[in-house]
Design a binder for this molecule. Structure first.
Ligand SMILES: CC(C)(COP(=O)(O)OP(=O)(O)OC[C@H]1O[C@@H](n2cnc3c(N)ncnc32)[C@H](O)[C@@H]1OP(=O)(O)O)[C@@H](O)C(=O)NCCC(=O)NCCS
Length: 189
C-alpha cells in the first residue's frame, strides 16, 4: 500500500502470524521494543485475536506490516490519535534481526511520517523509547525526531532501571522526501 525506498507498508495478513509469533517470542526483540516485559505468546492466541478483529469488519486504521525483499520483517503503526489536537504516537518493531541496522527501520518510519502528515493530517507525531535503545534513537533522529523529555529510571528492563525517552516531530519540522511524494505512496497493493 505505501511504498518506501526499501520497504513496503501493507495490511497484516493471517499468513504473517506464524512469523510474527516467532518475533513476539524473541526476548531481544521484545526488550528492545519496550513496553510490557517479554511474555510467551501462542500462535493460536495471535490467530484468535486476528480473527476477532477481522470479524469486526472495518479497516486496520493505521497498523501496517513491514515487507522487505518480499518478506514480512515486522510491523509499525500510528496509534493513540487525538482527534482535537491532531497528534498521534508512532511504534515500530522490526522482528527479523537480520534487518536491524541496515536502514530498513528509518525507511519505514519516513513512510509512516509521510502517511501521518500528508494523508492523515497530523500536527505532531511522538513516541517513547527505552533510553538504552541507541539504534532506535539514532534512527528516529535521522527521521527528524528530537528528544522532548526523559523520565529518569522509569523502566525496568533486563535487570536494570533505565530512562524512558520521549521524542517528537512537528509537521513544520517534517521534510517530505521528494521520492516518496513523487512515488505516490498509495499504490493499490
Ligand atoms: C528500532 C528500529 C526500528 C530501527 O531500525 P533499523 O533499520 O535497525 O535502524 P537504521 O538502520 O535505520 O538506523 C540505525 C542507527 O543506529 C546505528 N546502530 C546500528 N546498530 C547499532 C547498535 N548495535 N548500537 C547502537 N547503534 C547502532 C546505525 O549506525 C544507525 O545510526 P546512524 O545512521 O546515525 O549511523 C529496529 O532496529 C527495530 O525494530 N528494533 C527492534 C525493536 C525496537 O527497538 N523498536 C523500537 C522501540 S521504540
Amino acid at each position: 500500500m505505501l511504498q518506501g525506498e526499501k520497504v513496503v507498508l501493507r495490511a497484516m495478513n493471517r499468513d504473517d502470524l506464524e512469523q510474527l509469533c516467532q518475533f513476539n517470542n524473541d526476548v531481544a526483540v521484545e526488550l528492545a521494543g519496550g513496553g510490557d516485559p517479554p511474555m510467551p505468546q501462542t500462535l493460536a492466541r495471535l490467530q484468535a485475536e486476528f480473527d476477532t478483529r477481522v470479524g469486526q469488519g472495518g479497516r486496520d486504521d493505521a497498523g501496517f506490516a513491514i515487507e522487505a525483499e518480499g518478506k514480512f520483517i515486522g510491523q509499525c503503526a500510528l496509534f493513540q490519535f487525538d482527534h482535537t489536537a491532531h497528534t498521534c504516537m508512532l511504534g515500530i518493531t522490526i522482528g527479523d534481526r537480520a534487518y536491524w541496522g541496515r536502514g530498513y527501520g528509518r525507511d519505514a518510519v519516513r513512510v509512516l511520517l509521510d502517511y501521518a502528515f500528508r494523508l492523515r493530517n497530523q500536527h505532531r507525531v511522538y513516541l517513547s523509547v527505552n533510553g538504552n535503545n541507541e539504534r532506535a534513537i539514532r534512527a528516529y533522529r535521522a527521521c527528524g525526531f528530537v528528544e522532548e523529555g526523559r523520565l529518569r529510571s522509569h523502566v525496568w528492563s533486563d535487570g536494570a532501571y533505565i530512562d524512558l525517552v520521549y521524542m517528537g516531530i512537528l509537521r513544520t519540522e517534517w521534510r517530505p522526501k521528494l521520492s516518496l511524494a513523487e512515488n505516490t505512496p498509495i499504490s493499490g497493493r
